[in-house]
Every structure is written in structure tokens, then in C-alpha cells.
Design a protein around this ligand. Structure first.
Ligand code: NDP
Length: 329
């Protein structure tokens, strides 16, 4: 059973007098910076001098070069894209990691696969929101929280767990509807990549195949797309899963729909599905996927760019573009 932390376990005083640097003012960085400041913390921003840097300034943050922010901070939240952080870290962050500092990640990836190996004299903590950056900003602004997975990798100071809870509280995770759940860098990496390598990717290709089959059966592209996802109903079903329950959301559909889903759905889970899930888990745990992705990037990401180009030029994408024009999106 996972351990859930309670708000009364938080000692916010551990952050008093400390400077928090947000390195990377993007999806997560901007939202977490704003929340941490709102909860009374001293926050500075480190970013390359570009649009995000100017955004930080216009949000009234002290924005600095990444080196300067890392040097000034006691607590560093490394909120760069996972594929970028290992390049930035050795030059701009590592030189400033003196004993007693805290390094915080929002994803387990780089520490799990040792693409980043922090020195032994700093605390290394995971505070990973299960929420997109926009939600991390919008939910606390209206008094609501979101779930975060947390864990301590290195506790050089003896205070890493307390710091972990103070940061989770500072970004809003303990607010109504939120949760702070014990995990680890390795577990967070496993569940995150597992979803991407199994059901999440499968759902995209399943819907694309359904579009092909429906249009070949004579359904107009517009009607097919609205049925499959463009109406937004899919998003509403996702919300209902999280609020009412995974199966209980079926109660929002007609009996005909429920009967059809319950009698047909499992047919599409072929004999290979569990074997593929096991393979995904193995390749995540033994680093095969991480190595493949690193090799791909080192070679210029040509396969990735080709695959992305193909789907963005697919019949579905073209039909979607026409539909969105008609819908004014
Ligand atoms: P973003 O893609 O929003 O980028 C964050 C920042 O990194 C931006 O300010 C960007 O600056 C900067 N950046 C990008 N490339 C470079 C570079 N080459 N050199 C220096 N700075 C660069 O990242 P996210 O906020 O999505 O992700 C941050 C962390 O949060 C990751 O660990 C991710 O796994 C984790 N996370 C993300 C979630 C999400 O929903 N997005 C959910 C939970 C965790 P600029 O814009 O100026 O280029």
C-alpha cells in the first residue's frame, strides 16, 4: 500500500530564509514558481534569455541566467525537459551544488537512468505532479490540489523528507482534492513510461485505425472525428473515470452503450497484449528504452521526426484540420 502524507506533517519553517530557484520557466516551471511564491516562499527563476525569461520577468520574478540562479539558491527545482536536463546540468547546475543544497526533480527519468548523478553531499528529491502544468497553475488558484508522487533519493542533510513535504505543500498538492503519495524515482519512471508504451500509445493508434475503418465504410470524416474524439466527449469520460470511478462512469452511458462496451471491448485485447506490457516493463526496468531514446537523439532524432511527420500528415490529421477550420478552432 502506498503511503499518503497528511498536511499536518508539513513543516513549512524548513523553507524559511531559503531561496528556491526554478530552473526552466516552462509548463511546470511557471506554475510551480507562481504557487511557491503565493505560499510565501522566496523564488527566483533561471532560464536562457528568451521568451520564457521575459515571461518570468513580466510575472515579476527575478529572472537570471541558469548559473546565477543555481548559485544563489538553497533549493533547486530542475524543471527542464527530460531530454535537455542532462546537457544543461553539468555546465550550469552541477558547479553550484555545494553541500547542504537540495536538488528537486519533477520526473524520475534522469536520476533513474543515471543521465544525471548528483554529488553525494546534496539532498535529491522527487516531487512529480500527476498533472499538466496548466492544471498545476489553475487548480490551486481556485483552492484545489492535485496528486504528486514524492520520494527521497539522497538525504545528505537529514531533512530531505521534510523538504519534500514543504515543496509539495508549496506547489499546492495538499489542497482539497490533492494527494501526496510516497513513490520513488524508479517507480515514477516505470509508471510514466509504462503508460506511454502501452495503453496511451495504443489508444491513439486504435482511434486512428477506427477513423480509417469508419471512413472506408462510408462515414464522412467529420462525423467520424466528432464521434471518436473531436467532440471532447472522450475528455469528459476521462474526468468521469477520475471522479465517479473507472467502471462506474459507464452509468453515464445508455444501457445499450454499456451492453455493447461490456460485450465487445475485451475482444480487442489480443493474446499479445499482456506479453507486450511485460516487454514494456522489462525494457523500462533494464534501460533498453532509455538507451534507444538516447541513441536516437544522439543521431539527430531522424526516426522520431519521420514518425511525427507521418502522423501529422496522415489522412486523419488532414481531415481534422478541415473539421477544425469549420468549427473555428
Ligand atoms: P517544458 O518543455 O515546458 O520546458 C521547460 C523549460 O525548459 C522552458 O523554460 C524551456 O525554455 C527550457 N528549455 C528547453 N530547452 C532548453 C535548452 N536546450 N536549454 C535551456 N533551457 C531549455 O518542460 P515541462 O515543464 O513540460 O517539463 C519539466 C519537467 O517536469 C520534466 O522533468 C517533466 O518530465 C516534468 N513533468 C512535466 C509534466 C507536464 O505535464 N508537462 C507533468 C509532470 C512532470 P524555453 O521555453 O525558453 O525554450
Amino acid at each position: 500500500m502506498a503511503k499518503f502524507y497528511a498536511a499536518n506533517q508539513v513543516d513549512r519553517a524548513i523553507l524559511s530564509g531559503k531561496t528556491i530557484a526554478i530552473i526552466g520557466y516552462g509548463n511546470q516551471g511557471r506554475s510551480q514558481a507562481i504557487n511557491l511564491r503565493r505560499t510565501g516562499n522566496r523564488v527566483i527563476v533561471g532560464n536562457v534569455e528568451d521568451e520564457s525569461f521575459r515571461q518570468a520577468k513580466s510575472d515579476s520574478f527575478e529572472a537570471l541566467a541558469m548559473d546565477a540562479a543555481a548559485a544563489r539558491a538553497d533549493v533547486i527545482l530542475l524543471l527542464l525537459p527530460d531530454e535537455v536536463a542532462p546537457q544543461v546540468y553539468p555546465r550550469h547546475i552541477a558547479p553550484h551544488l555545494n553541500a547542504g543544497k537540495t536538488l528537486i526533480f519533477a520526473s524520475g527519468y534522469n536520476v533513474t537512468y543515471k543521465f544525471i548523478v548528483p554529488p553525494a553531499n546534496v539532498d535529491v528529491i522527487l516531487v512529480a505532479p500527476r498533472m499538466i502544468g496548466q492544471g498545476v497553475h489553475d487548480l490551486p488558484a481556485r483552492g484545489e490540489g492535485f496528486p504528486v508522487l514524492v520520494g527521497v533519493k539522497q538525504d545528505a542533510s537529514g531533512n530531505a523528507a521534510a523538504m519534500m513535504l514543504a515543496i509539495a505543500a508549496g506547489i499546492g498538492a495538499f489542497m482539497r482534492g490533492g494527494a501526496v503519495v510516497e513513490s520513488s524515482f524508479e517507480e515514477e519512471t516505470l509508471v510514466d513510461l509504462f503508460s506511454e508504451h502501452t495503453w496511451a500509445g495504443a489508444m491513439l493508434f486504435m482511434l486512428e485505425r477506427a477513423f480509417k475503418m469508419l471512413t472506408e465504410a462510408g462515414v464522412s470524416p467529420e462525423v467520424a472525428l466528432l464521434e471518436l474524439y473531436a467532440s471532447g466527449e472522450l475528455g469528459e469520460i476521462g474526468h468521469a473515470m477520475a471522479s465517479r470511478g473507472f467502471w462506474k462512469q459507464l452509468g453515464l452511458h445508455s444501457h445499450t452503450s454499456q451492453f455493447g462496451q461490456l460485450t465487445h471491448g475485451a475482444d480487442f485485447i489480443g493474446p499479445d497484449a499482456e506479453a507486450l506490457m511485460l516487454k514494456a516493463i522489462k525494457e523500462i526496468r533494464d534501460g533498453t528504452f532509455a538507451k534507444r531514446w538516447a541513441t536516437e537523439q544522439a543521431a539527430g532524432s531522424s526516426t522520431f521526426n519521420r514518425l511525427l511527420g507521418e502522423v501529422l500528415e496522415s489522412p486523419l490529421a488532414k481531415a481534422e484540420s478541415e473539421l477544425f477550420t469549420k468549427l473555428g478552432r
